[in-house]
Write a new protein. Sequence first.
Length: 397
Amino acid sequence: MSSRTVTAQDLIAAAEKTTGMNQWGEQDFRTGLQLLLDTMQREARLSDLGRERMLSRIDGLLQNRLRIYDWRARHPEVAQQTITRPIFILGLPRSGTSNLLSLLSFDPAHRVPRMWEIFRSVPPPSRDTYETDPRIAEVQNQLMSDGFGSEGLQATHPFDSRLPEECGFIFEHTFACMVFPAYINIPTFAKYAMDDADWRGVYGFHQQFLQNLQANYAGERWVLKTPEHSHFLPDLLATYPDAILLYTHRAPAQIMSSLASNITELRKLWSDQVDPKEVAASFLAAEAEGSRRMVEARKDPAVDSHFYDIEFQDLIQQPVETMRRLYARFDLPFTDATQRGLQHYADNEAKKTHGHGKHKHSLADVGYSADEIDTAFKPYLDWYARKHESFRLPSAR
């Protein structure tokens, strides 16, 4: 079919034909899917390879969604699965969120979603074969085929099918997330995802997704992360009323050039026309808005009680002790196995590099000064200075 005329219904019909399935769950995803296709054509400046990759990615998401709901229909008992006290990590991008997710994944009580099971979700993973499942290699091969193994991208963020990954990749199945605007320049879709999409429905799908994944392999609690969570706290807490929310803090002026560099490299997989300054402008606005929404939500003491704040330097310099304080704050068992797991990560895994060179970036690359970034994040910086009087986020100057 022509990429210029493809519609949501075309792709939906193709996925149904491939899988022989037709149960989609809630139907709101169709609105976002059609808008994504429209903005891909009008705004994204996709290369021919990028268009092919994006349509293939969408097809994979639709097929996985069909298989998820087909599996739920055949196993209705999965709807009774409970998700208790999940931990959500939602600091600004490049503020240590991936480090924290990886650290907490070494507590044997925890369950984290890994890339391979997000994109090949059915049948649900089994504990006995979790490390040897053939889908690990399938997804790894797909990542490499789609360009995620490129040196430039791996230097900014390692991609591997076995690594813990973000909720954003789960949200992709709803076509109402901020991951697509990270892949490609689609500001109209980005505004829809941030302001107009039904995020209560998105979190409803997220909950069902986790129910499926834990059906044959559950931990004591899930550990989950994406900066997107900051934008939609009322919907998150309505879905997970006992959630523990971890916010990692690092000076915005220290992270924005790193984030822009990461997104720039990512967009090169889909387009030959990538402007780092355009990337920086869109994500500066989006992340500043996310931090503002987080501040507004935490004015409610009931919301604030779910949060635990973690300073970036504490996470890097004393990770195990920082986690000990976190566990004590929420009365989580800090067992000998927890201690061993976290210490192993601190002593070994945290020091590993992914072998693709140092990530180089600077504010000069993105057209913003530290003062301009601080101005964009003023509500967050003012709030943090008031709430944490003994600590001042260091500037990038």
